[in-house]
Write a protein that binds this ligand. Sequence first.
Ligand SMILES: Nc1ncnc2c1ncn2[C@@H]1O[C@H](COP(=O)(O)OP(=O)(O)OP(=O)(O)O)[C@@H](O)[C@H]1O
Ligand SMILES: [Mg+2]
Length: 264
Amino acid sequence: MPAIAFVNQKGGVGKTTTALGLASAAWARRTPCLVIDLDPQQNATTGLGVWAPVATVDEALASDRPGVVAELAVGSGWPDDRGLPPRVVASTAALAGRERQLLSDPVGAQDRLRVALSGCGGLTLIDCPPSLGLLTINALFAADAALVVTEPSAWASDGVSEIMRTIERVAGRKPSGLKLSGVAINRLARTRDSRYWSEQLVSDHGRLVLPPVCLRAAVAEAAARSLPIHALPPRRGAAEACAEFDVLYDLVVGAGGPEDGNGL
Ligand SMILES: Nc1ncnc2c1ncn2[C@@H]1O[C@H](COP(=O)(O)OP(=O)(O)OP(=O)(O)O)[C@@H](O)[C@H]1O
Ligand SMILES: [Mg+2]
């Protein structure tokens, strides 16, 4: 199963929410899943109910040992009665300092996560910070595929084009290539503005645009309660949100993207 990086240099568009939504779909299907939190904000870590982890992704980036990620993963706090909780390589605020340190590393600064992840098969979801810095670049070098997450708002399409150019450049430097899973629209609202920018994304990026995830109170509630959305009672839009994440999971994890994957 693939390693997928959730990317966009724009902040607050739903990278973490989408990564956790797909982790939740895997939870409900009892599919083993590893979440790597590469963002010093630690939102995926806390969203998975992990507090004060004994090991973090910072150690993976500091190490030269192939496959070290397997030793650094900890159990998540998601319930184990109705689903299979994912494992997590947790983040730490120290990651911001690590990124600065990597900048001065003359050897392999961009593919330290790839080395740390080598040999670890299985579904792996990598949540990236809102920047095109070395942490995101490490995620792209480590991943088999990139999922661009955006919201339907002004200038979103320009931001998507920018991250796509970065994905293309990384793909050109990786012998194993890097697939573009598509563009996931998150937080689609029932407003004219939201509809306009969503249509704009489709007109600019065509078949790469995946079915949307709508703005729903249940999505924010799941994150706030550190629960998989599939574990919430089916009210306040939870069932609809689960269905949307299930569709996304099938397209991104199951098949490998629009037109069976966009190999770059
Ligand atoms: N579909 C949705 N419905 C309701 N709230 C949402 C939805 N998607 C995201 N949110 C809320 O919007 C906020 C930003 O989402 P999220 O943290 O996933 O974005 P992000 O791209 O990961 O941000 P950052 O760039 O800071 O890492 C969060 O509070 C989240 O709960
Ligand atoms: Mg985030």
